[in-house]
Design a binder for this molecule. Structure first.
Ligand code: KE4
Length: 425
C-alpha cells in the first residue's frame, strides 16, 4: 500500500470522501487521490517521493510556479509581523493598487477569502443595486458554491432554474435563469421575456469549468450590450482568468468591460484571497456605506495580501504572457500531433496558458458539446500520464494550466508521456 493510499484511508475517517473539495477525490477518473508533501516550480512531490510535472497549478493560482522565492519571502516577512489584525493594514492597499492598475475600470474593491465569496457577494450587490431578483448564468460555468449559482437549466431553454445541489431551495433556484453558453439569441430572448427583472448576468469570460471553452465574438457583443440595454449589471467572473490570460485578464484580452469583476486564485499567490470590484456608484451600495451587507474575518489578511502583491508585482515587472502562450502553444500543438499519430480523437481548446484535452470529435463550444466527451477515455489518459509523472486535472471538465516556470524540457517530457498515455486510451 502506498503512503497516499494509507493517508486516504485515514482521511476518509475525518473528511467527507477523504477530501476538502470534491474534485480532489478522483471520483471522475477513478483511483486513489495522491497526497502531496511539497511543490517547487512546476513540480509536485507526493508522499511516496514521486515527482510530477504539474498542470493543475492548484487550479490556477500558481502562474509563477510553486514556492516562488519572492512570494515565500513576502509571506514569511508578513507572518512574522502578525498573521491577522482584523483591521486595515497598508498591505491591503499594495494589493488593491496592483489589481486596479490592471483593471482601471474597477474604482473600488472588496477583498474576500475565496472566489466563491467574491461571486456570491457580487450577486448580492447587483441585486441590492438594481432592486431586482433574477440572475442569468450559463450552463457549464462555475462561480463557486453560492446557493443561487448551484442551479441548472430548467426543462425548457427559457425556464427558471432547478437546484443542482441538495439544500438549495427550489424557490431560490427559480430566481436563476440558466442559458446555453455562446448563445446570444438565448440571452436576447431571456431579456425580452424578463428584461426589467434581471439584476445581473454572470459569466466566465473564457470558461475553465466545463473544460476550456472560448466565447464567440457574437456572444461577447451580446454580453456587453444586452445587460446594459435593460438596466442589468454584467458580472465578469475572472477568478480563473484574471492575471492568467493577461494582466487585465479576459477583459483585456477580449476588450470586454464588466460592471462588476470577480477575482481569486492568482491575486492571492496561493493564499486564500478573492475580491470583487467595480464602479464607485455600484460598490458604494456595500456596507458600511450602503445597505448591502458583506463581511469577512480574514478579508484583507496581511499574509495573503503580501503574497498576492508579490505575485502581481512580478507579473507587472516581468510579464510572462508571451512565454506562457508560446509554451502552451508548443504543448498543445504537440498533443494534437501525438493524438493524431495514435489515432485518438481529441479536441484541444486553448487560450493563453489554459487548455483542455477533450476526448471527442466535434468542436466544444458549450456544455452540451463538452459533455459528449468520452470521460472514460479521459480517465485512462489521466492515469497514463500520472503513472509516468505528469499531473493533469482529475476531471475531463477542468482546465490545465502552464506556469511561467514550465521548461521546454518539461514540455518535451510531457509529450513523450502523452504519446504513451494515448496508446492506453
Ligand atoms: P473558490 O471558492 O474555489 O476560491 O472559487 C470559486 C470559483 C469561482 N469562479 C471560477 C471561474 C472558478 O474557477 C472557481 C473555482 N474553480 C475550481 C476549479 N475549477 C476550484 C477547485 C475546487 O473547487 O476544488
Amino acid at each position: 500500500m502506498t503512503r497516499s493510499e494509507t493517508f486516504f484511508r485515514q482521511a476518509k475517517n475525518v473528511f467527507v470522501g477523504g477530501v476538502n473539495s470534491p474534485v480532489r477525490a478522483f471520483r471522475a477518473v477513478g483511483g486513489t487521490p495522491l497526497f502531496f508533501e511539497s511543490a517547487r516550480g512546476a513540480v509536485l512531490k507526493d508522499v511516496d517521493g514521486k515527482s510530477y510535472i504539474d498542470y493543475v497549478g492548484s487550479w490556477g493560482p500558481m502562474i509563477l510556479g510553486h514556492a516562488h522565492p519572492k512570494v515565500v519571502g513576502a509571506a514569511r516577512r508578513a507572518v512574522e509581523r502578525g498573521s491577522s489584525f482584523g483591521a486595515p493594514s497598508p498591505l491591503e492597499l499594495d494589493l488593491a493598487r496592483l489589481v486596479r492598475e490592471a483593471y482601471p475600470h474597477v474604482d473600488l474593491l472588496r477583498f474576500t477569502s475565496s472566489g466563491t465569496e467574491a461571486c456570491l457577494s457580487a450577486l448580492r450587490l447587483a441585486r441590492g443595486y438594481t432592486g431586482r431578483s433574477l440572475i442569468v448564468k450559463f450552463a457549464g460555468c462555475y462561480h463557486g458554491h453560492g446557493d443561487s449559482l448551484l442551479v441548472s437549466a430548467g426543462s425548457g431553454a427559457l425556464t427558471l432554474g432547478h437546484p443542482t445541489s441538495a439544500g438549495v431551495p427550489k424557490e431560490l433556484a427559480r430566481l436563476t435563469i440558466v442559458l446555453p453558453y455562446n448563445d446570444p439569441a438565448a440571452l436576447a430572448q431571456a431579456f425580452k421575456k424578463w428584461g426589467e427583472k434581471i439584476a445581473a448576468v454572470i459569466v466566465e469570460p473564457v470558461v475553465g469549468n466545463m473544460g476550456v471553452v472560448l466565447p464567440t465574438g457574437e456572444f461577447q457583443k451580446a454580453l456587453q450590450r444586452l445587460p446594459r440595454l435593460h438596466g442589468a449589471l454584467l458580472i465578469v467572473d475572472e477568478v480563473m482568468t484574471g492575471f492568467r490570460l493577461a494582466r487585465g485578464g479576459a477583459q483585456e484580452l477580449l476588450g470586454l468591460r464588466a460592471d462588476l469583476t470577480c477575482f481569486g486564485k492568482i491575486i492571492g499567490g496561493g493564499f486564500p484571497v478573492g475580491a470583487f470590484g467595480g464602479a464607485k456608484r455600484i460598490m458604494e451600495k456595500l456596507a458600511p456605506l450602503g445597505p448591502v451587507y458583506q463581511a469577512g474575518t480574514l478579508s484583507g489578511n496581511p499574509v495573503a495580501m503580501a503574497a498576492g502583491a508579490a505575485t502581481l508585482s512580478i507579473l507587472k515587472s516581468d510579464p510572462p504572457y508571451t512565454l506562457l502562450r508560446d509554451r502552451t502553444d508548443d504543448l498543445v500543438h504537440g498533443i494534437r500531433a501525438v493524438a493524431r499519430r495514435r489515432n485518438v480523437s481529441v479536441i484541444v481548446n486553448a487560450v493563453g496558458s489554459m487548455f483542455t484535452v477533450f476526448f471527442t470529435k466535434g468542436p466544444v463550444t458549450d456544455l452540451v458539446s463538452a459533455e459528449k466527451s468520452d470521460t472514460r477515455a479521459y480517465g485512462k489518459f489521466f492515469h497514463g500520464l500520472l503513472k509516468r509523472g505528469v499531473y493533469f486535472p482529475p476531471s475531463q471538465f477542468e482546465a490545465c494550466f502552464v506556469s511561467a516556470v514550465h521548461t521546454l524540457e518539461d514540455i518535451e517530457k510531457t509529450l513523450i508521456v502523452a504519446d504513451a498515455a494515448f496508446r492506453e486510451v
